[in-house]
Write a protein that binds this ligand. Structure first.
Ligand SMILES: Cc1cc2nc3c(=O)[nH]c(=O)nc-3n(C[C@H](O)[C@H](O)[C@H](O)COP(=O)(O)OP(=O)(O)OC[C@H]3O[C@@H](n4cnc5c(N)ncnc54)[C@H](O)[C@@H]3O)c2cc1C
Length: 403
């Protein structure tokens, strides 16, 4: 077994940090390079499902974060008339080994960075990757925007949806706007007035005003995320930044049409602190033919390779699957087998991403408001099959990919 001698990771977001720990677990040295002075924390909390929690457990992070997160099992969906329409399992300790975990992004980032430092893995901040200079069968060289350059056996683009590393593989590709955006805020759970037995986290669908989400966070559930998703026209970066910084616009967006939702929404938007508001335009990356370069020395993963719509809440959960399995592939492939190994890795990973996209469709179809007499289609009636998503043994999966 001759694993590459060192890996350069571009981006210290959730993918890049988790990749560093996954490589370390396989005894593969790496260095993380991040453009900003610190890892990007776009704010707010994220939901982690058992497939990702199993990986975070394997790299020694799960116990550290679990004590800071809110555990739950299902997400509920209600109609504009406040009838329970559907539920979707996001975790279940008895069935999949882990409950779902809602955790602040910065808590997860801090735990990953702390573990990386304990293991002596270098992270260099303020290093913005600009371009690959050369690539051979054994090494890759690249440049940073400060004029310095680097060389390693492999270079991994974990640099997010607007990836610069991806430009090496796809010079002209731009992420596609999905014509939808979301605004979120955090409010005290105590201000939310819900009827007895009302199940949270909930998404309430309204045909005119879009989906409204209420989800508890913090370990005791004392704070709740409130959010509204709606169709929106595309803006340039400056336009989105302007909206993000206009907190009053965001509050008005959250409150718009509140009276047309069930009463719980009115209480949820009654007091919105301005300091925990986020705006999120939904972009996706189209399906890519290849995630690795011709010489197999440059790879993209996480949002850089497959940013997917948020319906099934699998964005970062799928990114963790990429990084853990990529580290296994590197550790199990000889140098001369790397090309084949990476092809099998991408094929195996893409199959799972495709199944997530199909799941997104199924969830959307079940949630959409229907004409009164329109029955449910076959797809909508199908039970959710989530065992494949939440319970894989990733080490076994990679062995099976490699045959
Ligand atoms: C509001 C919101 C809520 C979300 N909630 C969930 C959720 O509940 N569950 C879920 O699964 N997913 C969720 N997602 C999706 C999830 O956040 C992404 O899938 C995840 O952040 C992808 O991680 P990443 O590390 O690949 O990219 P990023 O998080 O974008 O990190 C990329 C990193 O690379 C750095 N970088 C960029 N360019 C360069 C460069 N040229 N040189 C060096 N460094 C560079 C950036 O500064 C950043 O630190 C959510 C997303 C948003 C916006």
């Amino acid at each position: 077994m001759t694993a590459p001698t060192n890996v350069a990771i571009i981006g210290a977001g959730l993918s890049g940090l988790a990749l560093a720990l996954s490589l370390h677990k396989q005894s593969i040295p790496c260095t993380v390079y991040e453009a900003r002075p610190a890892s990007l924390d776009i704010g707010g909390a994220i939901m982690l499902s058992p497939n990702a929690l199993r990986i975070l457990d394997a790299v020694g992070i799960y116990d550290r974060i679990r004590v800071h997160g809110f555990e739950f099992q299902s997400l509920y969906f209600r109609s504009a008339e406040d009838e329970e329409r559907d539920s979707y399992e996001f975790g279940n300790r008895d069935k999949y080994g882990y409950d779902g975990l809602r955790i602040f992004r910065y808590v997860l980032i801090d735990a990953l960075v702390e573990a990386i430092k304990e293991r002596g893995i270098p992270i260099q901040y303020g290093k913005k990757f600009t371009r690959v200079v050369s690539e051979t069968d054994i090494a890759v060289e690249w440049e940073f925007d400060d004029g310095t350059s680097g060389r390693a056996a492999c270079l991994v683009g974990a640099d997010g949806i607007h990836s610069r590393v991806r430009k090496y593989l796809y010079p002209d590709l731009e992420p596609r706007f999905t014509n939808a955006m979301g605004v979120t805020a955090a409010v005290p759970t105590s201000q939310i007035i819900a009827p007895e037995g009302y199940k949270l986290p909930v998404t309430i669908m309204n045909p005119t005003h879009g989906a409204f989400v209420i989800a508890q966070q913090l370990v005791d559930g004392s704070e709740s995320l409130i959010g509204r998703q709606k169709q929106a026209p595309d803006l340039d970066r400056e336009g989105w930044n302007k909206l993000m910084n206009d907190k009053q616009w965001c509050v008005d967006f959250l409150r718009d049409g509140a009276e047309d939702y069930p009463p719980i929404v009115k209480s949820a938007v009654s007091n919105i602190p301005l300091n925990k508001i986020n705006l999120w335009p939904f972009y996706v990356v189209p399906k890519l033919d290849r995630w690795a370069s011709d010489h197999s020395r440059v790879v993209i993963l996480g949002d850089a390779a497959h940013a997917i719509p948020p319906t099934a809440g699998q964005g970062v959960n799928q990114a963790f699957e990429d990084v853990y399995t990529y580290a296994l592939i590197l550790s199990q492939c000889r140098q001369e087998d790397l090309e084949r190994g990476l092809k099998l890795w991408q094929k195996g990973r893409q199959e799972r991403v495709d199944r997530v996209l199909a799941l997104n469709k199924q969830i959307d179809a079940r949630r959409m408001p229907k004409e009164q007499d329109a029955g449910r289609s076959e797809l909508e009636n199908e039970e959710f099959d989530l065992e494949w998503l939440y319970s894989p043994d990733f080490d076994e999966l990679v062995r099976s990919w490699l045959g």
